[in-house]
Ligand binder design. Sequence first.
Ligand code: FMN
Length: 352
Amino acid sequence: MSSPRPLFPELAGLRWPLIQAPMAGAQDARLALAVGRAGALGSLPAAMLAPEALARELQRMQAADLPCNVNFFAHRPPDAVQAAATDARWRQALAPLRAELGLDEDAGPVPASRQPFGPAMAEVLERCPPAVVSFHFGLPDAALLARVRALGCRILASATTLREAQWLQAQGVDAVIAQGLEAGGHRGHFLDTDPDQQSGTLALVAACARALDIAVIAAGGIATAEDVRAARAAGARAVQVGTAFLCCDEATTGPLHRARLLDPQAPTALTNLFSGGLARGLHNRLMAEFGPVSPLAPPFPLASAALAPLRAAAERLGRDDFTPLWSGTNRAGCRAVPAAEIVEVLAAGFLP
Ligand code: FMN
């Protein structure tokens, strides 16, 4: 049985053009290693890691001699004055919920948990360059991007519209991850931030494949071999899958989150409440209190800091009221099995 054409020659060792989506907060190198051993490309999400922690994770991948994709955010942090004002308003809005849980002391502002790619991370990559680097929320500035390119890493970036994909191609990325509205976690948008401007995965992949000269990777709602086949028929050279890996043995997804993912009836929505950025997750109490999208939430990534004590207190009581339950719309692939089994199911979509 012949393998499909590799996404890049450097990745010829991969059996499948299948990328396990980087999922900050839900995985570490253990999942990426399991996926790599099963013949697909494992990813290391770096947005919530300190540089030294990323270096340790990368060494685990390199010790196993497996290629990997290291993923960074490339957002522009909000200015300090705007941040302070919106943070104070958000804390005030959360005060009744804090009181309900007996958390009457507000700890006050804490540093943002998600940092954009910067010089310290570039140094880590220079010490142990990965095969692939991907960015979410656009790209870092030209000088930083040039440092990554100089290492010979293949560069991928998420696009939620054709316009974003064309902009990324013009900046010289090697492939575009076409992230449809079905996708779990944060929208990677950076030019077209209104979800009404965005489309489902298959329509976006088809538009990108027609208009671009570089490879298109489909992301969003892909959970079965049939979904893989549909993405390829629309023009995708590879697929990136997140939600289907969230319940597998090697993911670090918490028990409350896992339980909700395995409930086929649970609805998802796009919400800005948990970080300030629009992301798809399962409905929970916080979304019911404020509506999934609220002008009270401060800009990305500030909203999560004020929620952290509420989340921890509710989780101690066994409740997911304030936990971000990231999920795509398609949970047909979520199973509590080794990641290799998820890879095997998806890989069937690449067979003739
Ligand atoms: N994408 C990133 O580029 N970086 C991240 O750190 C990241 N974190 C995510 C965390 C979770 C729990 C999920 C479900 C998705 C995350 N994503 C992230 C989005 C994925 O890259 C991808 O677009 C999405 O998972 C594809 O849709 P699917 O979940 O339906 O497979």
